[in-house]
Each structure stands twice: as C-alpha cells, then as structure tokens.
Design a protein around this ligand. Sequence first.
Ligand code: HH2
Length: 296
Amino acid sequence: MTSALDSQTMLAPAPITWRLGRRVFSFPGPTLLMGVVNITPDSFSDGGRFLDPRQAIDQAQALIEEGADLIDLGGESTRPGAVEVSAEEEKRRVLPVLERLVAKAETPISVDTRKAEVAERACQAGAAMINDVQGTPADQRLLETVARHRVALCLMHMRGLPADMQSRAVYSDLLSEVIAELSAGLDAALAAGVEAERICLDPGIGFSKTADHNWALLRQLPRLAQLGRPLLLGVSRKSFIGAITGVVDPRQRLHGTLAAVTAAVLGGAQILRVHDVAACRHAVRVAEAVRAGRAA
Ligand code: HH2
C-alpha cells in the first residue's frame, strides 16, 4: 500500500528542461547547487565577510571548487527589516566581482537583485541568470531586460518588501496562495517575452513567511511541481532552522541546514541555494540515492 507521504514524494515527476546560459539541464536529474556570495555589510549570515571584491572572488572560487553548479552574487541584504540599498551602490558592490568571475570562471553567475537597472548592467557584464527575489509581482522593466538578454530567471515569492514583508505573512491557504502568486509571476514573465525554459520558481523560504509557513512549504513542496518549472529553494542557515535547533549564530546552523536540504531534495526541489556547498553536496547525493532507491 502506498502512504500519502509516498504518493506525494516518490511519484515520478514530469520531465523539465531548464536553460542557463549555454547549459541545458534536464530534470529529473542531479540537483544543482547554487553557492551564495553576499557582497554586503549586513547579510544575515555572511554580512561584511566578502565586501572586499578580492574576498568575494576568492569565496566564489572556493565554492566552485567545492562543486557549485552556479554562483549567486548579492549586493543587497533581503533579511527581514533590511534597509533598501540604491541601485548605484548595488552595482558598485556586484559588478567588479561579476566581471572578474565571468572572465575567470566557466561556472554560470547569477545576480540576486530586485532592480531592473542592476539587472541590465549585470546582463551586459555576462550574468547567466537574474535571481529576482521580488518576483511576485516582478518589475516589468526587469522582466523585459531578462527577455532581451535571453538570460535565465528565478522568480521568488514574496509579499511586500524586506522592510515590511513579515507583517504580510498572513495566509488563509498558504500553498494555494503561493502557487497562485507564482503562477501569476510566471505568466507576467512569459508575457514580457522570457522563454519558459529559462525560468525557475522559488516559494521564498523566510520571505513574508513565519517559521511554520516555512515548514508547511517544505512539507508540501511536491504540490509546487504543478507549476511545471524547476523549483529553487533557499533554506540555508535561515532563522526557522535556528528556531528549532536553538542555534543562534547562522554560521553554526549547518547540521539543521543539511536536514532541510535533504527534505528539499525528497520534496522535488531541483536547485538549492546554499552557503556551504561541500557539505550540502554530500547531503544532496544521499537524498538523491534515497529518492531513487539506489546509488545514482
Ligand atoms: N534567500 C536569500 C536571498 N536570496 N533568493 C532566492 N531565490 N531564494 C532564497 O531563498 C533567497 C534568495 C536570503 O539569504 P542570504 O542571501 O544569505 O541573506 P541576505 O538576504 O541577508 O543577504
């Protein structure tokens, strides 16, 4: 007899193609790891560590050596209550690192931004993806920029802005509302001319969500497969893990992160945004073997 959990987590998903730069990925397939480098003074777990471009480049290269399939560069913290950074400042932080990495590394680079102006310059400088953390609704100019440059796009679910998003974490049916809002974001991106095969979607763990909303999303992740696009998930070091383990320092939350990463793979996430690539790679390979019922 198949249990409810088995039928939710183990059914063979429909095949999906995802284009990232010159690369074409097919899912089901190996989970991709997106290594995070925040070039900010105030990110919740690595703020201030990589503000110097040299350190940011070294960290990106270290994550690539650990097995990152792509790198996500961020120039603005989106932690709850974060103060907005100007486009000028975001470009000043991100572009020198992006340009250097594009020249040096084969690995695709994503830029985490909500601003069309930053996205435009990032695409000109060779970014392979724009990670729009305000993808519901996304800025129309940002969508048009992504379409024109034919780069990949991650649309992440969030209500409001980082400054006020936690006051908007009110849902009567969390999963249905997140799915409907992501679906509207997907339609807007397609209408702006972004190719479907370049889009991935993210329910936005910790963005206008309480800790319980995050657990509910992780538990019911298979429902998001109905959107028909790869799922990107960012659980790494987040406070909902700290709340349950009692670990206050985000950089000490690796053990809890590994359990959440395992759950994400079993729930059908195809791309994981993580700070600790080497350790997460091991957890992902184990979770994939469980999912397949054999070693890959
Ligand atoms: N989480 C963060 C930032 N960007 N992008 C996507 N697509 N999904 C996420 O879950 C996500 C994201 C927050 O983490 P971090 O970048 O480490 O911190 P901060 O926002 O403080 O810079």
